[in-house]
Design a protein around this ligand. Sequence first.
Ligand SMILES: Nc1ncnc2c1ncn2[C@@H]1O[C@H](COP(=O)(O)OP(=O)(O)OP(=O)(O)O)[C@@H](O)[C@H]1O
Ligand SMILES: [Mg+2]
Length: 716
Amino acid sequence: MEKYLEGLDERVIEILKDEGIEDLYPPQKEAIPLVLSGEDLVMAVPTASGKSLVAYLGIVKKILEEGGKALYIVPLKALAREKYEDLLRFRRLGLKVAISTGDLTRSDPRLARYDIIVCTSEKADSLIRHGSRWLTDISVVVADEIHLLNDPGRGPTLEIVLSILKKMNPDLQIIALSATIKNAEDIANWLHAKLVKSEWRPVKLKEGVYYKGSIEFSDGSTKVIDAKPDPITSLVRDCLEEDGQVLVFVNTRKSTSSLAKKLRTITKEYLSREDLERLKRFAEEILSLPEETTSLDTDLARCIEDGVAFHHAGLSSESRRIVEDGFRERSIKCIVATPTLAAGVNIPARRVIIRDLWRYELGLGMHPIPVLEYKQQAGRAGRPKYDDEGEAITIARDRQQKSRIMKDYILGEPEPIYSKLGSEPILRFHILSSIASGFTMSRESLLDFFSSTFYAYQSDIALLEDVIDRVLDFLEENGFIERFGDRIEATMFGEKVSKLYLDPLSAIYIKRAIERASPEGEPAISYLQVICFTPDMKSLYLRSDDYWVEEKLDAIKDHILMNIPPVYSEDYEMFLSSLKTAHLLQDWIDEVPEAEICSRYDVGPGDIRNIVELAEWLIHAMRELARIYRFDLVRDLNDLLLRVRYGCKKELLDLVRLKGVGRVRARALYNAGFKTINSLRKVPLERLASIPSIGRKIALSIKKQVGEDLGVRDLG
Ligand SMILES: Nc1ncnc2c1ncn2[C@@H]1O[C@H](COP(=O)(O)OP(=O)(O)OP(=O)(O)O)[C@@H](O)[C@H]1O
Ligand SMILES: [Mg+2]
């Protein structure tokens, strides 16, 4: 190993050995000397083959030797945490590591003090928009899971970020990590990088199809499995029988919980006394995390007590973390998850069962998943340090399907990836930001910039020219930019919108709405409806039994701050769905219990969090624009922002500033006669502790907060 790490600080070898890394894998042996000599690199190798380590070593070498900063870009927050925790090992070398994934409307000045920053692509984009000065110090950037350039949602942002950073810092070293894809050469050529490509995997991954009581693997081997009572139960039991853990992927959230519940009777049989104790603690933690629990939390806690869990985006991020940790500690024997768990995470699954090779797609109906996604799901099985061999198993209904799965998925080649930058909504967002941050100042420089993107590499910049011109006209007509001869500049409005990370179209809706608002103010629902109509909100779908939404419209018609689209138009449907989402938020700020919101709108606590987080951002943006155009609304919007953040009526806004006091405890205090923080001084501790949902621990903390050490929460 030493031979390949030549030139690196000697302590690195110690750090690796402490982590149980005694030797390097063949693809690492090929890639590491390249990154250590400063080359740009694209590494396209199978799952679990230790790509991250190559990036870590490249970072360490660069920073210790040449200084500067490293940016490690990942697609998801959960992955950011994993990488951040890995990178903390290098603190021993004096390197300071930070993670930054939150608030996209602010610069994060503390980051100037760190050497290595782990962030999502959106956060990197936002940091660029805020013109943080240290960006020019970045000497090495890692793009993890770079095949996601293909993703219509996240891809373009990553593409823009990489293109800008490359332009900004011509000496920048780029290390891009990819799953095996058909056209890794394209990415390497685009980045002018060396390519390391391999099919080698450190832990053998056997892929097979289950059909009628037996698994047929691609290497020709077979395994007979008791077919009763049904394939999944038997496959799970078979793996637990051999002390392995199982991860099952299904295509809907509902299936994750219903299947997990069904598997409880199986997993239960494989728990040691120690497991049972730990599981009990995990279950308690799930139930005690928030002030209020929903049926999703209770279901999850019950499953966990029996050694099985479900995992999807409807769960709160805290619950998801407990599930992942419990699985890593090996007490949770089986997770049933949606494919969000498939991207890059390390968990000890001996066997992955992929139940569904299709999923519902808007406009397309049921659609087969790409091979790339199948491979990512399969690749969670058999991770180094955890298992010596992994298995990925799909289930066939008939003989014909069995051979199709074998041919198309198991032996199939992952698809090539294509840039998704070319669409108008995406371009208007990024073009405004590139002008507002002073990065491009003319049509010429804009074209020049876009000709350096992956999109231009793959197609033809001429195709983009028309779209770019249309976007420029749109931005000019709507007051985001001004043109002076050849020069293009952002207006104050344009600059503000770019920093608020808003889609320009959202900004137009928001600005029109505040201009329209009555000087006497408007009810909360008016503002909430507008932000829910913007393309930046992920509105709820309208279901056939949602006629109540339209019924409620009559009462508030006069307070709607946009032109209501004609009935039966496509926009009308969007309008109703914005109104439905706005009602969810209205319930939230009226203190309707979370459990009730979940059943009323058929969502999970994680969905409420997501909508609330987006609403907080958009109301914040609305308030910031009101500072320019309608100062008289700022106070109301500020109250609304806080109500959305805490999910409460205005009268609780003082109490919820206390740490450990959310809307439920604040309501209990309020109902007990304590209406302000001030009123909590001088109350005997026992009296406070006796209030429902408060208890001694919280009472003590409140006392501490109202005493000398008044650590109230930042009101932002
Ligand atoms: N040379 C090595 N020896 C032993 N373990 C290693 C070695 N290199 C990496 N590992 C371990 O292998 C595991 C998988 O590594 P990593 O997450 O980097 O895989 P990956 O290639 O990024 O996979 P994916 O495509 O699924 O994201 C990690 O736990 C890592 O610590
Ligand atoms: Mg990875």
